[in-house]
Each structure stands twice: as C-alpha cells, then as structure tokens.
Design a protein around this ligand. Structure first.
Ligand SMILES: *Cc1c(COP(=O)(O)O)cnc(C)c1O
Length: 463
C-alpha cells in the first residue's frame, strides 16, 4: 500500500524531512531547550498509541467508502505539507512566508485561469470553504448593506449561518425537481428590488446539482445584482465540463467567468488535506474593505501581503506548498487533474445506468457530477426510512474485507413526488441513500458496490 499511486510515500517523506533537517543544520548549532526534550522511545510509544487510535476511523481513503465527501490527500501533497510545516511559515505576511506566499500567488493564478477569470483579480487561500464564503458574503454586505442575499434552498447551510453572523437577511429560493435553483422563483424575488447578491451553487453538497448560472447571469444583469458562486465542491469539474459533463451543465460552468466572486475547496476535489479553501473576487476595489492596522502587524515588504486582503490572520504556508506541489504533477487541465475527475463522474453515471434496470433500487435523480442519490423500491415513507438506515448500519458492520460505507439524505414526500415517485405518506420525511463517488478508483468499484447494496436491500425488503 506504501506504493499507492505509483509513489512510495515513505521515501518522499524521508527525502523532505532530511532536506529540511539539513536546511536547519546550515544555521549555527544550538541546544534544544531542556523543557522541550523528550525520550525518543516515549515519543515513539505515544505515536504508536496514536496510530492505534486512528484505527477508529472509517476507511475514507478506500473505494469501499462511498459515503460523505471524504478522501485522503495525494502523497505529494502530504510530503509537501510535512516539509513546509517543519518550518511553519505563515502566509499572513510575506516576511513570515517569502517562499510560500509566492507559491500561493502561483496556484491562485492557475485556479483563476481555470475559471477564466481576468488576469487581475483579488483572491487568496483560506482554511475552509466556510471562511471563504464568509468573506464573499461579508463583501456582499459591505457593498450593499441594506440588501438581501438570495441562495437556493439546497445551498450549503453555511450561507444561512454566516448571514446570522453578518446580520444580513437571506432569502431561500426553492429548487426544482433536479435540485437546481428555480429561475422563476428567483426572478420573483429579484423583482422586489431587495436582493443585492445571488449565491449560485455549482455542485450542491447534497445532490451535486448545478444551479443554472448562465441564466442567472442574464437575470442579474437585468436586475442589477451581484453574483457569488459557491463551487466549494464542484469547482474543479470546470476542467472536464466541456467534454465530460452534460452540455447544459457545461453551459453553466462556462459562465463562471461572469461571477463577481467564486469559492472553491482544494480540500474537496483538489487532492489536498483539510485546511484548504479559496476565494476569488473580480473587482479589485473591494480590497478597501480589508484595510486594517495594528501595532504588531509586520508588513515590511512593499508587495501586497495576503494578510492585507483576508479576514483570517495566521494561515498555513504548508497549505499553499501542498497545492503548489500537487498542481506541478496534476496541472489544471483536462489531462492533468481532470483525468482524476472523469472517472468519478463516470462512476456516478455508470451506477445510475445500473439502477435504471434494478429490481430493488432506483435513482432519486440523474447525477450531474459524481454524487449519486438512490433509494430502495418500497411503497411507504416509513419503510423507506427503515431500510435506508438499516443499509447504512449493516453494510458498515461487516469485516474490513466486506464492509461498504454509504450515507443517507433526508427527503420529504413532495420532493419524491416532484421526481415522479408514488409513495404512501405515513411519515413526514424519510432517509434515502447517498454516495459521494469522489475517488477515481470508484469507477471500477461501482458494480461491486451496486451488487452488495442490492443484495442486502433485497434481503431487507423481504423481512
Ligand atoms: C463543503 C461545502 C462548503 C463548506 O466548506 P468547508 O470547507 O467544509 O467549510 C460550502 N459550500 C459547499 C457547496 C460545499 O460543498
């Protein structure tokens, strides 16, 4: 397993740890303070306990884990992060991170180019999609303090939560039977003249649905509102949109360049460890909102420090280094990182095809990206909920060789009806099944996942 991805992680880790130790040794020798010394054997024992305790995890790295948005980072990101963390630069200030600030500028340029953003933009990495979205909503509020922010009912909950933090009023726009923002409902809201910014999600967290951005851009022009695109999950699908997503989906991806701001999470589809989001703004003048001053700020260099254009203060230079190294191996092209997304998308569409002829399972809706929602073919809400929950629990209980991990997703009767299901409404809501197929290896695993889940569903249905 150490040979994962054709790379030998222990050798890469060895290489970088030795190189950084050498770097440290090139400065005058000094005694480590006694307060920080510890016994090698003791430290080893603690770390042994750590790795044992880490047994208490689901195998997020494995294709049998087809549940939530979780996967292991690429080995090159792990080695780059570790190497950089040993020095621990802080990308808040250039003086605290000369090398990794430059790397961050390089990766931001590549991501902005992926979205076909202009060469001149304002942006930076963040610790998460949540902080990245918070900044975009904060800028929206600063620009139009008395206006509301609209997002779809299926937008990430971060938008309503951050609106509480910011004291803005949010309006939730209903979604249609494909999980996309309903255009007519949006236009009704825009007609009130009270909306300042529309949050458009390309790749909703639950269903992987893509809001009709290209059409919303037209409406936004007509009604004079701003657009923020939350593509924390779906952003990197831009690389394969043209040739591997449905033409209608691709049309909305090509409108990304018209957004006023964009958020993407490299820690979702960018092969990165957690602590990796990013936000981009088209209008450079919003930089004025970030102005701050403090006696302990250490902006020596004349160039723009990330600390001058971000809400967060300290931020890991290691994150920038990890993305930088990853994009060297997997550039932001269809043949580069895109080659890892095509199979995830195939996994979802192939599984959807299998479900079309299944006697026990059916798709909730056609997947647009690589998130599949599906359900047992049963007649009532209560039975649906029971079987879905049993599947989740029972499939995970097996031996490591046999276990499979899936997630559930809560739906209401009207949402099932909108998708053409007839079901007896003996409960207000029910859990259905959801699999985020974000690991390229899952393309090969789909038949196996489908067989195992179908077999167990068949058994549960006859109980
Ligand atoms: C994951 C996600 C977020 C939140 O990002 P975090 O990195 O988890 O904080 C926001 N919006 C969407 C669409 C997401 O998928």
């Amino acid at each position: 397993m150490a040979e994962q991805n054709g790379l030998h992680l222990p050798s890469l880790v060895d290489q970088v740890v030795n190189a950084i130790e050498e770097l440290k040794d090139s400065y005058p020798a000094y005694e480590v303070h006694p307060s920080l010394r510890s016994d090698q054997a003791k430290a080893a024992a603690v770390l042994k306990e750590l790795t044992e305790r880490l047994e208490d995890n689901f195998p997020y790295f494995h294709p049998s884990y087809a549940a939530q948005m979780l996967k292991a980072p690429h080995p090159v990101a792990v080695a780059a992060y570790l190497a950089t963390m040993m020095i621990n630069p802080n990308n808040h200030s250039i003086d605290a991170s000369p090398a990794t600030t430059v790397m961050e500028r390089e990766v931001l340029k590549q991501m902005a180019a992926m979205f076909e953003y202009p060469e001149e933009f304002l942006g930076h990495l963040t610790w998460s999609g949540t902080t990245a979205n918070l900044e975009a909503l904060w800028v929206a509020r600063e620009l139009e303090p008395n206006k509301k922010i609209a997002h779809s009912a299926d937008a990430h909950y971060t938008h309503s939560r951050m609106s509480e933090v910011l004291g803005t009023t949010n309006v939730s726009i209903p979604t249609d039977a494909t999980g996309r923002m309903d255009l007519d409902a949006l236009e009704q809201e825009l007609k009130t003249g009270e909306i300042g910014t529309v949050v458009v999600t390309l790749g909703t967290t639950g269903l992987g649905a893509v809001d009709p951005l290209a059409d919303i851009v037209e409406l936004a022009k007509e009604y004079g509102v701003r657009i923020h695109v939350d593509t924390a999950y779906g952003g990197f699908f831009k690389l394969i949109a043209e040739n591997h997503l449905a033409p209608e989906t691709a049309r909305h991806y090509s409108a990304l360049k018209d957004a006023d701001s964009i958020v993407v999470d490299p820690h979702k589809h960018g092969l990165q460890p957690y602590g990796s989001g990013a936000v981009f703004f088209k209008d450079l003048s919003i930089g004025k909102f970030y102005k701050h001053d403090s006696p302990y700020t250490y902006f020596i260099s004349e160039d723009l420090h990330f600390g001058e254009i971000q809400l967060e203060c300290s931020r890991a230079g290691a994150s920038a280094a990890a993305i930088w190294a990853t994009l060297k191996l997997f550039p932001l092209t269809e043949q580069g990182l895109g080659a890892a997304l095509i199979p995830t998308r195939n996994a979802a569409s192939n599984w959807f095809e299998l479900l079309e002829s299944s006697d026990v399972l059916q798709a909730y809706q056609k997947p647009e990206l690589d998130i599949l929602t599906y359900l047992p073919r049963v007649g009532s809400m209560s039975k649906l909920d029971d079987i879905s929950h049993s599947l989740l629990v029972d499939l995970a209980k097996c031996s490591r060789e046999e276990q499979i991990h899936i997630a559930t997703y809560v739906v209401k009767p009207y949402q099932l009806k909108a998708r053409g299901f007839t079901i007896s409404e003996d409960a207000q809501q029910a859990r259905i099944l959801r699999s985020v197929l974000m690991k390229p290896e899952q393309e090969a695993w789909v038949p196996r996942l489908n067989d195992r889940i179908s077999d167990l569903t068949r058994q549960l249905m006859t109980l």
